[in-house]
Design a protein around this ligand. Structure first.
Ligand SMILES: Cc1cc2nc3c(=O)[nH]c(=O)nc-3n(C[C@H](O)[C@H](O)[C@H](O)COP(=O)(O)OP(=O)(O)OC[C@H]3O[C@@H](n4cnc5c(N)ncnc54)[C@H](O)[C@@H]3O)c2cc1C
Length: 434
């Protein structure tokens, strides 16, 4: 028996699909020939099939639909200081669909700019941060780490910020910039921000209470090569901005027909760095307060209002608010909509795919606050009301696609921290220096 035949037979058997078994019918194997590369162990050992719990998606399990307006600028985020009378305002906003991904790095660079303001007579540096979403909170923490006393001023705080409406994963180029509007200076800022943020998020991954972790992500597809191209940019034409090691789709593996439970010929598995916004933002608020910060609920209408603040340095993280507050007419909302079903702790993987002939892609993101379905990017729409038609399409596409998934034959895959990884042999640690 050739290896591929063996894997297929093993796959069907492991999934309980043998003659006489009443399992659902699998799609006929079709599509391009399987890619050759499967990692160094592939030639020796058949891989275990991913034993994935079935998502339960139905209208009576839908618990809420959320809307968020991504703060997009065609020329990318703004990160620069500006003088207003005696104050320095450091702008740090306009992150489009990447504000959860880039915030730590941009926050660090904003803090470096704040340090250039000079040491005050009393020896205590003070700064105000405007805005309490992901960019505001991380900038505030970076300032605290550098010895600043920080006050956050914001019209709204978690759980009522755009950042709370995020999906959210490490997608540093998503909806961020138009390729033709980039400059070498902006590219350099972006790359540094992406590196710094990735490092910071990795340090938080697995730390209890932050809601940051690695998770397997499957893209079910007829053409695994197309999936590779799309993954490289996080869905953005600015994909060449990212060095390979920051590519959101890491550890790429391809499962062929019969080797996976999805209703498509292939499934591409990558590892994704995920953030649970409600846990993460609450943890950032907690840390900010623990390190002596305070939060004032306040809305500013003009830059003149800001001149009354006691702090000499202000970091502007107001996102879309900068359109009116600082008259940035390039800012435009890109509306997103997520529908959540009752949480399913046993579903420990992300997945996306599309039924043949359907124009709507189906996707699930499991989080502790719900099984998250669908997404959208609608430019220029300021409405915070759910679009019922989009909601219907997203839920129905997910019901159709995941309703065709093959049930698991055994206990579901282990926790994301361990999923898909084999435990290295003890010998592999011999001779390792720390
Ligand atoms: C559906 C969806 C999915 C997403 N997925 C991802 C993802 O996977 N990965 C990722 O990295 N990003 C993702 N994003 C993008 C991310 O959520 C945003 O980039 C980020 O939240 C923007 O943060 P912000 O600080 O600009 O906005 P906010 O979080 O809204 O924060 C702005 C703050 O400024 C305050 N403010 C504004 N104006 C004023 C004013 N005049 N006076 C006082 N305070 C003011 C607000 O009250 C608020 O506190 C997604 C977004 C959406 C909607």
């Amino acid at each position: 028996m050739r290896r591929r035949e063996f894997l297929q037979a093993a796959g069907f058997a492991a999934a309980g699909i043998t003659s006489g078994c009443a399992a659902r019918k699998l799609p006929v194997a079709a599509g391009p020939p399987p890619p050759a590369s499967r990692g160094p162990m592939a030639a020796a050992l058949p891989r275990p099939l991913p034993n994935l719990a079935l998502p339960r998606i139905s209208w009576d399990r839908v618990i809420r639909t959320t809307i968020g307006l991504r703060p997009h600028r065609d020329s990318g985020f703004v990160l620069r200081p500006e003088k207003f009378d005696g104050k320095t305002v450091i702008h740090n906003y306009g992150f489009g669909g990447a504000g959860m991904s880039l915030a730590w790095g941009c926050g660090l660079m904003a803090a470096e700019m704040a340090l250039e303001h000079g040491m005050p007579a009393g020896g205590v540096r003070r700064a105000a941060v405007l805005g309490c979403g992901s960019p505001g909170l991380t900038a505030a923490r970076q300032l605290q780490r550098r010895g600043f006393q920080v006050v956050i001023y914001a019209a709204s705080i978690p759980p009522n910020t755009t950042s709370n409406m995020s999906l959210a994963g490490f997608t540093p180029t998503a909806g961020l910039v138009e390729a033709g509007r980039r400059t070498p200076g902006w590219d350099a800022q972006f790359r540094r921000a992406a590196e710094l943020s990735y490092t910071e998020l990795q340090l938080l991954a697995g730390a209890p209470g932050y809601g940051v972790y690695w998770i397997d992500s499957y893209n079910a597809t007829a053409d695994p090569r197309a999936s590779q191209t799309r993954g490289a940019g996080g869905g953005n034409p600015a994909g060449d901005l990212l060095p390979d090691h920051l590519n959101p789709g890491r550890g790429r593996e391809i499962f062929g027909p019969g080797e996976h439970p999805f209703p498509a010929p292939y499934a591409v598995r990558t590892a994704a760095l995920a953030i649970e916004p409600s846990i993460y933002l609450q943890a950032l608020v907690r840390d900010f307060i623990l390190f002596g910060g305070s939060i004032v609920i306040r809305k500013f209408d003009t830059p003149r209002d800001l001149m009354l603040l006691a702090e000499p340095v202000l970091i502007n993280c107001t996102g879309l608010g900068s359109k009116t507050l600082f008259n940035d007419q390039e800012l435009v909302p890109v509306r997103g909509q997520l529908t959540h079903c009752i949480p399913q702790p046993e579903v420990r993987y992300r997945a996306s795919g599309r039924m043949p002939g359907s124009s709507v892609s189906a996707g699930i993101n499991p989080r502790s606050d719900g099984l998250c379905i669908g997404n959208m990017a609608e430019r220029g729409n300021w409405s915070l009301e759910p679009d019922e038609e989009v909601r219907r399409q997203n839920v129905e596409a997910a019901m159709q696609f995941f309703g065709q998934m093959r049930p698991p034959s055994g206990p579901p895959a282990p926790h994301p921290a361990m999923s898909g990884r084999s435990v290295p042999a003890i010998e592999s640690f011999y001779g390792v220096e720390s």
